[in-house]
Design a protein around this ligand. Structure first.
Ligand code: HAM
Length: 421
């Protein structure tokens, strides 16, 4: 027989399969639930967009746009990019579908895969997953805190403890202009290489994020934006902090925080997990005042976040939060048919159980009882029922609790009620 070589996944992508995928799903659903109960509704968007959207929306000074986009020409000669983040696509859709012409703020959540051609390492993938929210068309400190609280509540309900919230404000246009002038004067004295200088011209704040030691230490003395906030921006930022305090959400102010995307203004924030090593950002976001207008829409503000599902999963694992039994499966009952005669009745019972919403499965193939019991064990089901011809004809059978080994007699008609309890 000809031997084929096995094909491997592309480098650096994350993938989830059983049993770990159960925990992935739990994390993702918990993050989404927190958005749902705050009045956010689903938006489902394409995974690829016109390249121009990200260039204009995310900004050409960013690593994301300048180095990490998966961009290709489609069959019609158009430049297409796999979405590296969610906010620009949401804005495009809000504008295109006039979502901002109804009730404001528009509050939406999304969940799905995102693509960045980064150097893969633990917690950093080329295809990764985010749950995000965007609240568009209202600018108020209460809404800023609502968005932060959605993330914080989700992390807490997963049981996470070893994380912190960092916040800052990038202020309004007046604040940023005043700061930018002084920052550029400071940077001009730094004797930068041509590439770094070019980045600094596009967005001087980027230098706060530079990983090189000489630049990091030089930037220690650079002017920080928080010292330049206009009275209005300072009042707003104070108000955000006051409401966070009132809600009991702990935070620290990090005046040197730089988000990796260019659209941020006003309140910005990051959640950092302490047990994840280099890729410790489990989520981040902020306000983006000019983004809608920049993309051809109304000049209205918005705020949102993206939470990294892959990293939140790693964080939960690092804190030992998962019950191994949960990952093993969610089956309530496992059926075993003994003999050809009982098979059709077992299949019918299985179908009835599933229709009643009871997670159930059965041993397939013609296994001997011993092998089928092993399969029942491995399935992680809470109960097991063996159906032989006697059981089928009498309509009475024993249901075994797989954990305690206790056995109880039930009938066809009481089984569903028993399991639904
Ligand atoms: P971001 O900070 O670029 O923001 O990404 C949000 C989160 O996605 C990060 O905190 C991290 O957990 C996760 N993440 C990013 N890149 C990777 C990667 N290569 N591998 C694994 N996880 C990753 C945004 O994307 C903004 N759109 C968030 C936002 C929404 N701001 C306002 N609205």
């Amino acid at each position: 027989m000809k031997e084929f070589q096995a094909i491997q996944a592309p480098k650096g992508v994350s993938e989830y399969f059983p049993p770990r995928s159960q925990n992935f799903e739990l994390v993702r659903e918990t993050l989404i639930d927190s958005a749902r109960i705050s009045g956010y509704q689903l938006i489902e968007l394409p995974m690829f967009e016109d390249t121009e959207l990200f260039k204009r929306g995310v900004g050409e000074s960013t690593d994301v746009v300048s180095k990490e986009m998966y961009t290709f020409e489609d069959r019609g000669g158009r430049s297409i990019t796999l979405r590296p983040e969610g906010t620009a696509g949401v804005m495009r859709s809000v504008i295109e579908n006039n979502l901002d012409k109804g009730q404001l703020p528009v509050k939406i959540w999304y969940s799905g895969a995102f693509f960045r051609a980064e150097r893969p390492q633990a917690g950093r993938y080329r295809q990764f997953y985010q749950v995000g929210v965007e609240a568009i068309g209202a600018s108020s400190p209460e809404l800023d805190v609502e968005v932060i609280a959605i993330a914080d509540r989700a992390f807490k309900s997963l049981g996470l403890k070893s994380y912190r919230l960092e916040i800052t404000s990038l202020g309004d246009a007046a604040s940023r202009n005043a700061h930018r002038k002084d920052l550029i004067t400071f940077i001009e004295k730094m004797n930068l290489d041509a590439e770094t200088a070019a980045r600094a011209v596009l967005n001087p704040l980027r230098l706060f994020d530079d990983k090189r030691e000489e630049i990091r230490s030089a930037m220690q003395n650079a002017p920080v934006l928080l010292d330049y906030l206009s009275p209005e921006s300072a009042a707003e930022f104070a108000s955000v902090q006051e409401i966070l305090g009132a809600l009991g959400i702990a935070y620290t102010v990090n005046p040197r925080m730089v988000r990796g995307l260019d659209y941020y203004t006003g309140t910005t924030f990051e959640f950092i997990h302490e047990k994840l090593g280099a890729q410790s950002g489990i989520g981040g976001g902020g306000r983006y005042d000019g983004l809608m207008a920049e993309l051809g829409g109304a000049d209205i503000s918005g705020i949102g976040f993206g939470l990294g599902v892959d990293r939140v999963l790693l964080a939960c694992e690092a804190e030992g939060l998962f019950d191994p039994e949960f990952a093993a499966g969610k089956l309530k009952v496992y059926l075993i048919a003994l003999g050809a005669q009982s098979k059709s009745a077992t299949i019918k019972l299985l179908n009835d159980l599933r229709t009643a919403g009871i997670a159930s499965d059965m041993a397939y193939g013609d296994r001997a009882l011993k092998g089928a019991m092993k399969a029942a064990d491995k399935s992680g089901a809470q109960y097991c029922v063996v159906l032989g011809e006697n059981e089928i004809s009498s309509g009475k059978f024993e249901i075994k609790d797989m954990k305690t080994g206790t056995v109880k007699e039930v009938t066809m008609s009481t089984l569903i009620d028993f399991l639904a309890e």
